[in-house]
Design a protein around this ligand. Structure first.
Ligand SMILES: NC(=O)c1ccc[n+]([C@@H]2O[C@H](COP(=O)([O-])OP(=O)(O)OC[C@H]3O[C@@H](n4cnc5c(N)ncnc54)[C@H](OP(=O)(O)O)[C@@H]3O)[C@@H](O)[C@H]2O)c1
Length: 310
């Protein structure tokens, strides 16, 4: 099969398009024929050697949509030909390939109304947003949430989920994304280059932070006592939070197919729509990494592996 492999950590030029043997599914696993995958910041953080403890050579990529080609022993939940999507285990070889072996406990049926490209844009970013604002942030109807990085892969899902929950949503972005985020449903969009969000927002229940650094520090001022600061990038200063009686929650998103079923249901009902900004073929992933690494992608970058006609 064709795959994009790194043999050394480093820049985008380390992504090599090569022929490798297709993997074989073992007990409890399935071989998935990949139709599409997507690029997430973890991909280039791992590629550059700044994230995690990975063995080389390595196939990156942790979103998949496709069809079940073959199942391993004991698998009864999926059969050959099923259209699926998921976020496979990030410690194993990934989805920048024509096939991947995935534990079936990490797969869900692809939402009927999503084509393969749309489905591939959901798992990692969608699950991260869902778990961040609901499992960790405990966001309730009528509460106020500030979502940093609203126009990113995670942020675009978080805004839509929070609006579906009927929360009040403020978000931060550059000027170029203000109207886009209002159209996506945000109640208030603050240009982070022009205004200080902490001067404009008060008594929020939850801050969802996908940016970190100074943005995270200043976020404390927006929260009410007892408020929750959830972060995808770690909590830098626990002390400030304690002083203000704020609960800080760093987390790593988990692969949870039950939540993919809920998200897929919302998509089928037309309540959410993933935002895909650019689509690249498998042999142009290096270009996709360069764009993602610049830090200003709107929504998701998808990698199309098979031309699907949906
Ligand atoms: N812990 C986990 O399990 C987990 C899971 C997923 C992601 N993450 C991490 O979460 C972070 C976000 O992921 P992502 O996929 O959403 O990234 P992304 O799609 O690359 O985010 C890009 C977006 O960030 C916005 N942005 C850049 N600087 C900003 C700032 N100072 N304030 C507000 N927005 C800003 C950009 O908007 P403008 O163009 O308008 O500036 C752009 O739309 C990454 O560091 C990623 O590694 C962690």
């Amino acid at each position: 099969m064709k795959a994009v492999i790194i043999h050394q950590f480093g820049g985008p030029e380390q992504l090599k398009y090569e022929d490798v043997p297709a993997p074989e599914p073992q007990a409890g696993e399935a071989l998935v024929k990949i139709y599409a995958t997507s690029v997430n910041p973890i991909d280039w953080k791992v590629r550059s050697g700044q994230h995690g403890d990975y063995q080389l050579p390595l196939i990156l990529g942790w979103d998949v949509s496709g069809t079940i080609e073959k199942v391993g022993s004991g698998v009864t939940t999926f059969k050959t030909g099923d259209a699926v999507y998921g976020r496979p285990d990030v410690s194993r070889n990934g989805t920048y390939a024509e096939y991947v072996v995935v534990k079936v406990s990490e797969l869900a049926l692809k939402p009927e109304k999503a084509d393969y490209k749309t489905a591939a844009s959901i798992p990692l970013a969608g699950l991260t947003a869902w778990q961040g604002i609901f499992d960790h942030g405990q966001l309730q109807q009528g509460q106020k949430i500030l979502i940093h990085g609203g126009s990113g892969g995670v942020g675009t899902f978080a805004i839509q989920f929070a609006k579906w929950k009927k929360a009040y949503v403020a978000t931060t972005s550059s000027e170029a994304n203000i109207q886009f985020l209002k159209d996506l449903g945000a109640d208030e969009v603050i240009d982070y280059n022009k205004d200080k969000f902490e001067d404009l927002l008060k008594d929020f229940d939850v801050v969802y932070d996908t940016i970190g650094g100074e943005t995270q520090k200043r976020s404390v001022e927006v929260l009410k006592p007892g408020g929750i600061l959830v972060s995808t990038v770690g909590i830098a200063d626990e002390e400030i939070l304690k002083e203000k009686n704020i609960k800080g929650i760093p987390y790593m998103a988990q692969s949870t197919p039950e939540q993919l079923n809920i998200i897929g249901g919302l998509l089928n009902e037309g309540k959410i729509q993933p935002i895909i900004t650019k689509i690249y073929p498998l042999n142009a992933i290096a270009e996709a990494h360069k764009v993602s690494e610049e830090g200003h992608v709107r929504g998701k970058i998808v990698i199309q592996v098979v031309q699907d006609d949906e």
